[in-house]
Design a protein around this ligand. Structure first.
Ligand code: C2G
Length: 131
């Protein structure tokens, strides 16, 4: 049977268990997982602040995970269709905070939104450290 290829995207800044769980859940949907890690510039344009960890460090962390087969830099929303095609993805996984946002790609792959891990986020961790 043909390999099922999964793709997902994220900033993965100050890597935490919510990130880990969605990557595991994404891999569980198929055989091969490609992860697009937001560039520092794209991340700034999405969130209005620079990530704590540089893109090279965020890529290094994500690449080292046993669930992850391939890592690349995500530069923009506009390129998402190209990334899905380049990586031959059959399924796009995103957390439920993106519910409905990527339904336009249903013509080239299955788009699945998985529940977020409650009560954990990079911003909450940064806030906690600040206190
Ligand atoms: N996530 C999660 N549970 C959390 C926090 C995050 O499941 N408690 C998931 C998000 O839903 C997302 C992934 O982890 O699917 C990465 O989250 P972020 O690093 O916040 O990614 P984001 O900046 O939202 O980038 O083009 C889409 C973007 O690249 C998504």
């Amino acid at each position: 049977m043909a390999q099922i290829r999964v793709i997902t995207f994220g900033t993965f800044d100050v890597f935490h268990v919510g990130h880990l769980r969605i990557l595991k859940a994404a891999k569980d949907q198929g055989d091969h997982l490609s992860v697009g890690v937001s560039s520092d510039q794209f991340s700034f344009s999405k969130k209005g602040k620079r990530p704590v960890y540089a893109e090279s460090e965020r890529c290094e962390i994500v690449r080292s995970l046993k669930y992850v087969d391939d890592v690349f830099i995500e530069d923009s929303f506009e390129l998402k269709r190209d990334y899905i095609i380049q990586h031959k993805a059959n399924i796009l996984i995103m957390g439920s905070d993106w519910q409905g946002k990527f339904d336009e790609f249903n013509d080239i792959c299955e788009v699945v939104y998985l529940p977020r891990t409650p009560s954990i986020s990079t911003s909450a961790i940064i806030e906690k450290i600040r206190e």
